[in-house]
Ligand binder design. Structure first.
Ligand SMILES: C[S@@+](CC[C@H](N)C(=O)[O-])C[C@H]1O[C@@H](n2cnc3c(N)ncnc32)[C@H](O)[C@@H]1O
Length: 315
């Protein structure tokens, strides 16, 4: 009998965010954990994250809560959501394109000029938005790994315009993680559009985590243009109204945002906006800031519509 050739499969890994993303929530997970409804570990539930970004909390939830039956994720950034969908449905095709991009980029390591040309050529190709979905997702990941600080910024015509970063040999194809992410995404519904649409997919017992673009602490620290359009004060108010609607329907939620009062004692914007809810101030380190000196410890807000001793099911 012919011997079967055993091809080594990449080591299984725990799924983690496959992107760098402004406002990534890894730093806040311990605080979020202690603010969850107390019986969430032994209650079947649907997890809903309407502003998913790189999904730091999503992957942590998927890895640590066996009672999580289904998740629903959403983001207004269609290119980001395309990357999630491709990882979920065509991980092998994505991996082979990323492998090639990585091999080509790494061979240019010592030639700054050629590397630059290559980066801008791929950025132009991405901006045509005419390649197939898996190539588009691969280019999105490539740009995220090689651009300046992993920023995602587009102009008014939705053209990605971040310059090249200065990483030496960035990992562009993290195959074990893509496979791990693909596997955990099998129980995730992936949506793209305004966050309010997620309500249509809520199950009986659903828990929402909102991580909207943060209100800037000052006019110069404006990092809230992730996609077309801005997320100004009217948007923060519309989101509060949506949270109130969820409360009336009996759903529990947590929302994070910047602590504007910590920066300016007279700024009571969130304290007033969420005066009917539970507001805690927690420490967090901001990972993306254009000025290295400004990366440091800040307070952030965790707001919920229940006291942290409450169970998931009690409305
Ligand atoms: C602070 S980031 C989320 C970061 C995420 N928690 C993480 O760990 O990476 C906010 C996200 O909201 C998205 N967004 C902005 N406006 C939106 C809207 N109206 N509906 C849904 N998503 C929106 C942005 O594209 C961005 O990815």
């Amino acid at each position: 009998m012919a011997k079967l050739k055993v091809t080594e499969s990449p080591k299984a890994k725990i799924a983690k965010p496959f992107l760098k993303w402004a406002g990534g929530k890894t730093q806040l997970i311990a605080s979020i954990e202690s603010a969850l409804p107390k019986d969430i570990h032994n209650q079947k539930f649907t997890y809903i994250e309407p502003f998913v970004g790189s999904g730091a909390v999503l992957f942590w939830m998927l890895n640590n809560f066996p009672t999580l039956e289904k998740a629903v994720i959403n983001d207004i950034n269609e290119d980001l959501i395309n990357a999630y969908r491709v990882i979920a449905s065509q991980p092998q095709e994505l991996i082979s394109i990323l492998r090639e991009l990585q091999a080509e980029y790494h061979t240019l390591e010592n030639n700054e000029e050629k590397k630059k040309l290559y980066y801008y050529e791929k950025r132009d190709l991405y901006n045509t938005r005419e390649t197939n979905k898996s190539t588009q997702a691969a280019l999105f990941i490539f740009l995220n790994r090689t651009c300046f600080n992993g920023l995602y910024r587009v102009n008014s015509r939705n053209l990605f315009n971040v310059p090249m970063g200065s990483y030496k040999l960035p990992t562009i194809c993290d195959e074990p993680n893509i496979l791990a992410v693909s596997e955990v995404l099998q129980k995730v519904e992936i949506m793209s559009g305004d966050y309010t649409k997620t309500l249509e997919h809520a199950g009986n017992i659903s828990f929402f985590y909102f991580d909207p673009p943060y209100k800037p602490l000052s006019n110069t620290s404006n990092f809230n243009s992730y996609a077309k359009g801005e997320f100004g004060d009217e948007e923060q108010i519309r989101l509060r109204d949506f949270c109130t609607k969820l409360s009336k329907l009996g759903f529990k939620w947590i929302l994070s945002n910047s602590d504007v009062r910590g920066h300016d004692l007279n700024n009571h914007f969130f304290d007033e906006l969420f005066k009917d809810y539970v507001i805690s101030r927690v420490k967090a380190t901001r990972m993306i800031n254009a000025h290295a000196a400004k990366r440091g410890e800040l307070n952030e807000l965790l707001i919920s519509n229940y006291s942290h001793e409450q169970a998931l099911q009690t409305a």
